[in-house]
Design a protein around this ligand. Structure first.
Ligand code: MN
Ligand code: MN
Length: 292
């Protein structure tokens, strides 16, 4: 564990968050927003830990703009991004209401409250199930619903989702947090509280580097392996490096089993969803919110 780099990855994320928040306006291109966030991360000395996720309304996770995306910011927008400093990661998310909607504002407020209440009780001896219970209680006490099939996660060096999952609903998991890095991320809706898998997202992760047929696919594979290793990346980043001919290479690599592509995750009753996320670092007897 490199405490200094863990804290720096968190601090950069916090700075980016504070910098971008007042700039988010209705009708701005999501593409511009994602590039601003990712550019600022680099300017501050990190690299993006994964492609910026920008989910509108019921689009709950795994939407990142394509290289030619024309979608504009609106509705209840979730902004989820992370920072990597030499493999040490942070992961943070916040939501904004671009419609002046009381309902959206309530969803956002409750997501933030659920996160705050969860973090308050977490130390190395807290059980994972207990945190799910606090999150669920906070959300249900306001008449709303947590997304049951999305969870927080432990984080290791170069590994955004490592062994432990942090539930957003109560369960009997007696497993304790222990020490380490964790992302806590409640999602709030008034809908069914489940997501389903939609279209391919253009977000990928490397599975293996076994040989593949075309020259462009081989070049792209080598670049991915050196540049991102096991961290998620997106087609937009690959097009930036190699041009649109690389989209053919990505398709081949996916078919060949070199890449896994994540599906978009959508709330099953098509209700709006708010998300709030922080990364915490639990040392022996203290818990630090690295992104807060
Ligand atoms: Mn996240
Ligand atoms: Mn996360």
């Amino acid at each position: 564990m490199n405490t200094e780099k863990i804290l720096l990855a968190g601090k950069i994320a916090l700075q980016v968050r504070d910098w971008i928040k007042p700039q988010i306006k209705k009708d701005m291109l999501l593409l511009e927003l994602a590039e601003k966030i990712e550019g600022k991360i680099v300017e501050l000395g990190g690299v993006p830990a994964f492609p910026t996720n920008l989910g509108i309304n019921d689009m709950t996770a795994h939407y990142t703009p394509a290289y030619n995306d024309e979608a504009k910011a609106k509705g209840l927008l979730k902004i989820d991004f992370g920072v990597c400093v030499d493999g040490w990661l942070s992961d943070t998310a916040f939501s904004v209401d671009l419609e002046n909607s009381e309902e959206n504002k309530k969803l956002i407020e409750v997501a933030e409250k659920a996160l705050e209440n969860a973090i308050e009780i977490i130390n190395s001896k807290t059980s994972l199930g207990e945190v799910g219970k606090i999150i669920q209680q906070t959300i249900e006490s306001k008449g709303l619903v947590p997304i049951a099939n999305l969870t927080g996660h432990s984080i290791e060096k170069y590994e955004l989702h490592s062994g432990k999952t942090i539930p957003n609903i109560a369960n009997k998991n007696p497993r304790l947090f222990g020490t380490g890095i964790f992302a806590i991320e409640p999602f709030v809706t008034k809908g069914n509280g489940r997501v389903y898998e939609g279209k391919p997202s253009g977000i990928y992760s490397l599975q293996n580097t076994k040989n593949t047929r075309s020259q462009i696919a081989r070049e792209v594979l080598e670049f991915i392996s050196e540049e991102y290793s096991t961290l998620p990346f997106c087609s937009r980043w690959i097009v930036k490096k190699f041009g649109t001919k690389s989209l053919f290479g990505l398709r081949e690599l996916e078919k060949n089993g070199n890449l896994h592509q994540y599906p978009q995750l959508i709330e099953s009753s098509h209700n709006n969803v708010a998300q709030s996320e922080h990364t915490i670092f639990i040392e022996k007897d203290k818990t630090i919110v690295t992104t807060g």
